[in-house]
Write a protein that binds this ligand. Structure first.
Ligand code: ADP
Ligand code: MG
Length: 697
């Protein structure tokens, strides 16, 4: 292996490369436009494009692509070669400034949720110069945003960039009130911890459910699952270790700070965490990480499963979104400061997050809603579908003392006074004890733990940035008018804690008592995606997004439609896959086993009528009974699928899929899983859970 410092970022057109390859004044101009969020002058773009192309060709690239993130949640690219014909029938390698800054993919097949039927059909992509260009698979990739001609966002990046600008603006207003005039910019930072499964490719290829749906739709519990918890942090198997080594190297080449890796709780489950970075870059990097996990696994005869719940009864996979805000002067705004003054500022930011999470529980819940994640949230392995915040005993005690003007530390009998006392820094081990909380303060950042493993992190961060920007803007509105800053600040913090303390919960989020208690507190419990999605288009939320220019009203409606329809489509595909597996594989397996059993019994009887055929007969009887229910449940599912087409609205359809189709799928599954435990191994064509989970060596 090359040494890591040389490897790191070697496929990225980063700041160092720009400094080297660009004329000084062009470099300065590019940096200035990026810093000031201006659009790039075409003359400058032309020179940058030429330098980029030369650099990419040196590294072996032949093509370029605008790399973007449509609302499918995965990335899209359309490659074009640098080749351009000359007058004398030769070719030259070209890449123009215009090609760098703007592309026009024929994008009519990407989901737009109806936007494009009312507007221009085509979309365009525009360079996001805050995320560096990079080379992947001999292709120069330009990270871009994807919009319609009338300016509607058709992707996941545009709203994220908008939300980052909004929170920057509002946080700066607050910082100015505290006298921080040196701060020019506040950025949000994210470190996403990514969980995934690795299984053997040959076995994967025998399971249509994994191929079409990314998860198993059938599968009896193996004798051993994750009970012994012997996989967690266990030694890596050689094939897995080789995979991780190559993955790390490829990620490092792309400038992605892959940092930690370990085995997770479930057998065959692993996790990778990078070092945090700016939100939009973190989102790009996480997409690349997921993509590389898949392609590199393939090389080792493995398949990487990013589905939230590939195996029933075994822990699913999530993604922890570690989130904070920091200034261009290097201050993490969620780190308690050294002075009482800095502490008051910390408390104000903290209060703004508490209020934001309480006021917009629905949006946070929606940002993690999907058919796949419905299997996890609230299933005793992941946070429940109820949003609450964990602050830890110490910080909670401090807030309590502020709220009630009482002593917070019995031993020292001290009282927390905003702007007068210093809040201690929180060592990691005292703040991160509660693993059940969906939204936990972990010392210097919040960890939002409800994201599904296959998600783009954009949606959750758009929501986080926007709702915190909203509360910050309200706080700034009040404090900017104040004649007595300290008193009003105190009052504001106190009042906020008072009004929103119902959202703070430090106990066990997995317990039944919490479900009851949260209801008494008036917190939302949106159990499934279809319960959650309608909240997206409520007046309150439309007001929020339009006020901060994150989404226009038509963008909100289009995204809502995409999510609702997407949900129905997923369940539809799963139901069809189930029926296909039952009709063409499971029924033939069952029948041929019964046939062999009957033949055996008949042969025995022909040999000697007195021979005991109890075993064969009892098996045939049990299987016949199960087959009869199998047949009925298959018919039921078939019929409900037909009926799904007759619902009035997209939401009614999604509800029907949840309440009827999905329920029928589960009852079909239960009878198949029972059959699997009885029918002879050589008759059953699908690899079992035991094989899928324990075969990688
Ligand atoms: P833990 O293992 O307790 O969850 P780690 O320190 O390992 O915590 O960090 C988990 C993730 O949080 C890493 O990706 C890390 O880079 C990220 N992280 C740490 N500080 C911040 C921050 N200020 N903003 C965003 N992410 C952060
Ligand atoms: Mg974590």
């Amino acid at each position: 292996m090359n040494n890591v410092p040389n490897l790191f970022g070697s496929m990225v057109f980063n700041d160092d490369v720009m400094k080297q390859k660009l004329p000084k004044e062009i470099y300065r101009e590019l940096k200035r436009t990026v810093k000031e969020h201006k659009s790039l002058n075409l003359d400058v773009a032309k020179i940058v494009a030429a330098a980029m192309k030369d650099w990419a060709i040196e590294k072996g690239a032949t093509h370029f692509t605008h790399w973007f993130q449509p609302m499918t949640g995965i990335t899209a690219e359309k490659h074009e070669s640098f080749i351009s014909p000359t007058d004398d029938d030769n070719i030259i390698m070209e890449f123009s400034g215009k090609e760098l800054v703007r592309g026009e993919p024929d994008a009519s097949s990407f989901p737009s949720g109806g936007i494009r039927s009312t507007f221009e059909a085509r979309g365009y992509t525009a360079w996001d110069p805050t995320s560096y260009a990079f080379i992947k698979d001999r292709t120069l990739c330009i990270p871009t945003a994807f919009c319609s001609y009338s300016g509607e966002a058709l992707d996941k990046k545009t709203p994220l960039l908008r939300s980052m600008e909004t929170i920057d603006k509002q946080a700066l207003r607050i910082l100015k009130l505290f006298g921080n005039s040196d701060v020019k910019r506040v950025t949000t930072t994210v470190g996403p911890e990514q969980e995934y499964f690795l299984i053997d490719k040959q076995l994967y290829e025998k399971r249509p459910d994994l191929i079409y749906c990314g998860r198993t739709l059938f599968g009896a519990k193996p004798p051993k699952g994750q009970e012994l918890e012997d996989h967690y942090f266990g030694a890596l198997k050689p094939r897995v270790s080789a995979f991780m080594k190559e993955l790390n190297e490829e990620l490092w080449k792309l400038g992605i700070f892959a940092k930690t890796q370990h085995n997770e709780v479930a057998p065959a489950q692993h996790e990778l965490a990078p070092i945090f970075t700016t939100s939009n870059v973190a989102a790009d990097h996480n997409q690349l990480t997921m993509e590389l996990m898949k392609t590199i696994a393939n090389k080792y005869n493995l398949v990487c499963l990013l589905h939230e719940k590939p195996f029933a009864g075994v822990n699913g996979s999530g993604k922890h979104n570690n989130w904070s805000m920091s200034t261009d002067t290097g201050v993490n705004l969620l780190e308690p400061g050294e002075t009482p003054h800095e502490n008051a500022q910390f408390l104000l930011f903290l209060s703004s997050i508490i209020k934001a999470v309480d006021d917009y529980q629905d949006l946070l819940r929606i940002s993690v809603a999907s058919a796949g994640n419905d299997h996890r949230l609230g299933a005793n392995e992941a946070p429940p579908a109820i949003i609450s915040m964990f602050l830890g005993d110490e910080l909670t005690a401090i807030l309590k003392s502020i709220e009630t003007d009482t002593e917070f530390n019995q031993k020292e009998r001290s009282q927390m006074e905003i702007g007068a006392t210093v809040i201690p820094h929180f060592p990691k081990d005292t703040t991160d004890r509660n693993r059940t909380s969906p939204f936990a303060f972990t010392g210097s950042k919040f960890e939002f733990r409800m994201l599904g493993s296959s998600f783009s992190i954009s949606d959750s961060n758009v929501v986080l940035n926007t709702i915190v920007a909203e509360t910050l803007s309200r706080f700034a509105d009040i404090l900017e008018k104040s004649n007595n800053f300290n008193d009003d600040l105190n009052a504001l913090i106190k009042q906020t804690i008072n009004n929103h303390n119902r959202i703070i919960f430090n106990g066990n989020n997995y317990s039944d008592e919490w479900v009851k208690e949260s209801e008494e507190r008036g917190l939302l419990n949106l159990k499934s995606t279809v319960d959650a999605l309608p909240y997206f288009i409520s007046d309150k939320n439309i007001k929020l997004f339009t006020k901060h220019n994150i989404f226009s009203e038509s963008e909100i409606h289009s995204r809502y439609e995409i999510m609702v329809e997407g949900y129905s489509k997923v369940i539809h595909i799963e139901a069809l896959t189930m029926l296909d597996m039952v009709k063409r594989s499971i029924i033939p397996s069952v029948l041929s086993y019964v046939k062999d059993l009957s033949e055996t019994a008949n042969n025995k009887k022909a040999l000697n009528a007195q021979l005991n055929c109890q075993l064969e007969e009892s098996l045939i009887r049990t299987i016949s009974n199960l087959s009869a229910s199998l047949y009925r449940r298959m018919e039921d599912l078939d019929n409900t699928l037909l009926e799904a087409k007759n619902q009035d609205t997209s939401l009614a359809t999604a509800k029907y899929y949840r309440e009827t189709v999905y329920i029928n799928m589960q009852s079909l599954r239960s009878v198949v899983d029972e059959l699997e435990t009885i029918v002879g191994k050589k008759y059953w064509v699908f690899p079992t859970y035991g094989e899928l989970l324990f075969s990688v060596n």
